[in-house]
Design a binder for this molecule. Structure first.
Ligand code: GSH
Length: 225
């Protein structure tokens, strides 16, 4: 097998990349990396000290790529079918916009405001800081949920009427929210909730979510939504 993905399953960026690999039917090995205590050989291939990093030995023994967006774009060229980036120029750019929005805005607010105070706290042996997470949910996230709910409208997908990297990039961050026991309110954001149910139900997502839940449950973290 020529592809190795370095990273931890709970990272939304690692999950985004794993979903793309699964959707394209590409086999790979997941090499777990604890990014908070990375081994020196990982630092050599990740200049920003971040996961994921992909190695493709079919290109060469030292062919490594950091960054989920660079990796997903590479996989699209390596294995064009099924296409996960739209062909139409404007749709293509909109898909990249949603990917960027998700990887910056959603990642930062969900990560520091909800996932870290709840799940990471528990993993580090501290109690969950529900007050901090609740505050993020009520004060910071409605603006993001409003935007996404408006953009998805009655559509199944964010761009061009087809499943794309935009949907994967948005949906992966909501898995981390769910792991902490939170989801956008159904009555206020029906389109967004419908979208998430559908996308998280795809085999590419559902398999990973089930494995992650099992792992979290074994550590005493299980929130029913
Ligand atoms: N833009 C990067 C972001 C990756 C990222 O921030 N990964 C987090 C884990 S979810 C990480 O490695 N954090 C470690 C750190 O910032 O020190 C990507 O898309 O891969």
């Amino acid at each position: 097998m020529s592809l190795t993905l370095y990273g931890s399953p709970l990272s939304p960026f690692v999950r985004k990349t794993r979903v793309v690999l699964a959707e394209k039917g590409l086999d790979y090995t997941l090499d777990p990396v604890n990014v908070f205590a990375p081994p020196p050989e990982f630092l050599a291939i990740s200049p920003l000290k971040r996961i994921p990093v992909l190695r493709d030995t079919s290109v060469g023994p030292d062919a490594t790529l950091p960054d989920s967006s660079a990796i997903c774009a590479y996989l699209e060229k390596k294995q064009p079918e099924p296409a996960l980036y739209p062909d139409v120029p404007f749709d293509y750019a909109r898909a990249l916009w949603f990917e960027e929005y998700a990887d910056s805005e959603l990642a930062s607010l969900f990560g520091t405001g909800v996932f870290r105070p709840v799940v990471v706290n528990i993993l580090m042996g501290k109690g969950p800081d529900r007050e901090a997470a609740d505050k993020t949910m009520t004060e910071k996230l409605p603006r993001l949920f409003d935007y996404l709910n408006r953009e998805i409208g009655d559509n199944a997908f964010f761009v061009g009427g087809r499943f794309s990297v935009a949907d994967i990039a948005v949906a992966t961050h909501f898995v981390n929210l769910a792991h902490a026991g939170y989801a956008p309110d159904e009555a206020s954001y029906p389109g967004l909730r419908r979208f998430l149910t559908t996308i998280h139900g795809r085999p590419s997502f559902a398999t990973l979510i089930a494995d992650e839940r099992k792992m979290l449950a074994s550590l005493g973290i299980a929130y029913a939504l």
